[in-house]
Design a protein around this ligand. Structure first.
Ligand code: GLA
Length: 546
């Protein structure tokens, strides 16, 4: 239901913010952006498009195999002041002038070109999704280099292909656009600055081109997911769903199969014991998933996809040579029940029953050293039952990955146990919501234990953590957190810890003392590195006075 709602368009900040105090605090930032836009482009902006970062509370590296996750939007966000450009001579049809308040990011001008007869943008991006047209828009995203405007172009692609392609049957041209960006989501920190950039950019282009009406939150998520693939990362929909669909005061349980759906779930708020809140702590190890995709993020995507086929074969499930089913689809085939007939409780018990089956993937350990438990490329191809050519076509033609050993068993074990933990986490929250009277502290301890178990699995089975992040979670536990785990893609970035509200200050002080990279930080930098966060609202558009 939440995914079918329209994108909110507000006319004042009071409507957009959860309370008046936040609106007053944010007004300074919004006004400054509007003034600076006018200085740079010589006219007022028409709108501000806003998309938040997110913290994933639990459910890591399972969205791309189509299992549900549990994120919340954070208050940190990307804002884009935008409006039709007056400088048509320099911007041309649909041309863009994109500026950023952060001087680190140089102003960029670009004009989309319509390319006929070649491959489409979706094919180029390696997206397995629908290809829209034979004439495709071209914006030249350089995937080998991380450039800030690539995310802006990625957002633009989807709008161009959907509303201005020959296939959409329109003669209309996109309008030239001026954009001014500002952001408070630290990049490479695991709080999803990239999805916030792509969602906000998609929203800005939709709005200025007058195409927002009729686009639901779910459709914006799907567009943003496809758009982000153009930057070279085959991510799932977790970040985009959180950035678009979240509402203040709640996390969302977001499900991707058989179709995108989201359910807002308030976090338990005990009355007699202090409320627990989430604290994000940045390890300061910068990990940009677009840069390391071939041996980190995209490799996990390929490992889990191949694992699904191999497991399907071992379980004698029907498989065609050209399809690329996910682990979620394999579970459904094994069950033999149409997904639409399954309740969350059924999925949970199905996973529990399925877990012993995944042991079939465990590779023979004889003669292997620790760290070599996986399978080589040659072994993996054999296990898939495909010819080398078929294998390359299905699993490698759209993505570049690099590894000596592919860890099919470990990744699969992570996926199913993590999917189970998400459903348990949801269940504890839902039960707490329905409880009359005071909640026992035990509830928070249960949530904390699930966070800890999730981290352990990310660290040892998914292998998406790093020593600094592991250290931060240990320090968090020692400082009194109910639970602590890595959040986001990993290999650096942030942890998220569940902490009693009245102990947050003491908690932060202890982490500062214990985590060496924090000791030298100024108070301002420290506030940026470790902070408590409330679930915030999802993306919206603020319509400005003409
Ligand atoms: C990144 C991706 C998400 C998700 C997480 C890991 O943030 O963009 O889709 O896969 O990593 O859970």
């Amino acid at each position: 239901m939440a995914a079918q709602l329209p994108i909110p368009v507000y006319t004042s900040l009071d409507q957009a913010m959860p309370d008046l105090q936040t609106a007053a605090e944010q007004a300074v930032r919004y006004n400054n952006l509007v003034e600076e836009f006018e200085k740079r482009f010589g006219h007022k902006p028409s709108y501000i498009a806003r998309a938040p970062g997110r913290v994933n509370l639990i459910g890591e590296h399972i969205d791309y195999v189509l299992f549900g996750c549990f994120p919340a939007a954070v208050e940190r966000d990307i804002l884009i002041a935008c409006g039709p450009s007056l400088a048509t001579a320099s911007t041309g049809t649909g041309g863009v002038q994109a500026h950023n308040l952060n001087p680190k990011y140089q102003p960029q001008n670009f004009v989309p070109m319509l390319k006929t007869g070649g491959i489409t943008a979706a094919e180029e991006a390696g997206a397995a999704s629908t290809v829209h047209a034979k004439a495709a828009w071209q914006l030249d995203i350089d995937k080998r280099e991380l450039r800030w405007e690539s995310y802006v172009k990625a957002g633009y692609y989807g709008v161009l292909n959907r509303f201005f392609s020959a296939a959409s049957g329109t003669q209309e041209h996109p309008v030239p656009v001026d954009l001014l960006f500002t952001g408070s989501v630290p990049s490479g920190s695991g709080l999803s600055s990239s999805a916030a950039m792509v969602v906000a950019s998609t929203l800005a282009f939709l709005t200025v081109n007058n195409k927002l009406e009729g686009v639901s939150k779910g459709q914006l998520v799907e567009m943003a997911m496809e758009n982000e693939k153009r930057v070279g990362v085959n991510s799932g929909g977790l970040d985009q769903a959180a950035s678009v669909i979240c509402t203040p005061h709640s996390a969302i349980f977001v499900n991707f199969y058989p179709k995108l759906s989201a359910e807002p779930i308030p976090l338990p708020t005990p009355r007699t014991i202090p409320r627990a809140i989430f604290v994000c702590a940045n390890s300061l190890v910068v990990s940009d998933k677009a840069v390391t995709a071939k041996f980190h993020y995209n490799l996990r995507v390929v490992e889990t996809l191949v694992a699904a086929r191999v497991l399907g074969r071992l379980l004698n499930l029907p498989l065609t040579p050209t399809e690329r089913p996910t682990l979620r689809v394999i579970l459904t085939r094994w069950l033999g029940t149409p997904e639409a007939d399954l309740e969350k409780e059924d999925v949970k018990s199905a996973i529990e029953r399925f877990l012993p089956e995944i042991e079939k993937l465990r590779p023979a350990r004889e003669g292997r050293e620790p760290g070599e438990e996986g399978v080589t490329m040659k072994e993996m191809i054999e296990l898939s039952g495909l010819s080398e050519e078929q294998f390359n076509q299905v699993y490698l033609s759209w993505v570049e990955v690099e590894a000596e050993y592919f860890q099919l068993y470990k990744r699969t074990r992570h996926v199913f146990t993590e999917a189970l933990r998400v459903l348990e986490f949801r269940e504890v929250c839902v039960r707490a919501q329905a409880t009359e009277g005071d909640l026992p502290e035990e509830t928070l301890k249960q949530l904390g234990a699930l966070l800890d178990a999730s981290h352990e699995s990310c660290s040892t089975l998914c292998e998406s953590s790093c020593p600094e992040v592991d250290e931060l979670t240990r320090l968090a536990k020692a400082a009194g957190a109910y639970g602590s785990r890595i959040t986001g893609a990993g290999w650096g970035g942030c942890t998220v810890s569940l902490v009693a509200e009245d102990r947050v200050e003491e908690f932060i002080a202890k982490i500062k003392e214990g985590y060496a990279p924090y000791r030298e930080l100024s108070d301002e930098k420290l506030r940026d590195a470790i902070f408590a966060t409330k679930p915030s609202s999802g993306a919206f558009v603020l319509k400005l006075d003409a």
